[in-house]
Design a protein. Structure first.
Length: 109
């Protein structure tokens, strides 16, 4: 009789432990979800690290030389030096303004 009670208690404990493994806190599905979240966060961290390295290199270039400042001013602001002519070459798909559009834009209203 005593052996039956011990067996029953052990079976109940086994069921409780088994339930915790599959459905409780720290379950298999929860651990897998946390692993996926960790992998996503590590990827985001790597992208942020690379971006920070690029920005640090750009800051260093800006501190060391005026060539970089000049390059950025030319590219982003379209600045030119005195006595310099700016020529922009458009690709074959670019549209040109027509004479009618030029005259209508220039005409006072």
């Amino acid at each position: 009789m005593r052996a039956h009670w011990v067996t029953a208690v052990l079976v109940v404990l086994l069921a409780v432990i088994h339930g915790q493994i599959w459905w409780g806190r720290g379950s298999v599905s929860q651990v897998e979800a946390l692993r996926r979240e960790l992998a996503e966060q590590e990827q985001a961290n790597e992208q942020a690290r690379l971006r920070n390295e690029r920005l640090a290199a750009e800051v260093q270039d800006l501190r060391e030389g005026l060539e970089t400042v000049e390059e950025i001013a030319r590219q982003e602001l379209g600045l030119v030096k005195p006595n310099e002519i700016f020529v922009q070459i458009q690709g074959p798909g670019a549209t040109r303004p027509t004479a009618a559009a030029d005259s209508s834009a220039a005409a006072p209203r």
